[in-house]
Design a protein around this ligand. Structure first.
Ligand code: DX5
Ligand code: ZN
Length: 220
């Protein structure tokens, strides 16, 4: 299973986002964190900016919605040009219906859980999502420390995917670096979001390559 690296532009220079997207052109997708100051205590960007990023990005956009009422807003991010839209299980009124709607509009659908949210209730959604995001920090801010207590949930979802014979991806987000990526890959993750680890170094391409090879060695 080839690992995929999605740099989070939350750690990029917000005054130069087109240039920053071009710096990560060798990654797999660009991870875009949308926060509404309600679901999480931080505010980032919304539809008008995502629409423009989709026009200039060399990579498809992986939009992570940390917002209330994703049932209303997520479809609009597909229309804005997102290739993948992730909504939180804790915020969705009808997660299965929302995932189907996102797919019908032509994007990949993904469901996310906070570190303290159990995964059992979302296992039945594996049939309707392309990816499960296990948050490895409390959502809201970049630069936090990886929470190893989330590893059993990654393993649990991986076991279920294997048992069902489906090819749903498992993404991890938060505190992913050269020090932690192997832990997540060994537990079964195959899509890795990294913000500060990628944008915090001068040689972004080398960092992405290093993260990819560390994850590949330990995934199967
Ligand atoms: C946190 C965001 C993450 C964040 C990760 O709520 O969802 O995508 O950018 O940042 P790092 O990699 O610095 O932990
Ligand atoms: Zn994110």
């Amino acid at each position: 299973m080839a690992s995929r690296i999605h740099p989070s532009i939350l750690a990029a220079d917000f005054a130069n986002l087109e240039r920053e997207l071009n710096r990560i052109a060798m990654a797999d997708m660009a991870h875009v964190d949308v926060m509404d100051a309600h679901f999480v205590p931080n505010l980032t960007i919304g539809l008008p900016v995502v629409r423009r990023l989709a026009q200039v990005s060399p990579l498809p956009l992986d939009v992570h919605l940390m917002i209330d009422d994703p049932d209303r807003w997520a479809p609009k991010y597909v229309e804005a040009g997102a290739a993948s839209v992730t909504f939180h299980a804790e915020a969705a009124a009808d997660a299965a219906q929302l995932a189907r709607h996102i797919r019908q509009l032509g994007a990949q659908a993904a469901i996310a859980v906070r570190p303290a949210t159990p995964v059992e209730p979302i296992l039945d959604l594996l049939a309707v999502v392309d990816m499960v995001l296990i948050m490895t920090v409390e959502p809201g801010f970049g630069g936090q420390s990886f929470m190893a207590e989330t590893l059993p949930k990654i393993a649990q979802v991986r076991a279920e995917i294997t048992a069902r014979g489906c090819d749903t991806a498992i993404q991890v987000d938060g505190g992913i670096s050269r020090k932690t990526i192997k832990l997540a890959a060994d537990a079964g993750a195959n899509v890795f979001v990294a913000g500060s680890a990628v944008f915090g170094v001068a040689d972004v391409a080398a960092e992405i390559a290093a993260l990819r090879s560390l994850a590949d060695v330990h995934s199967c």
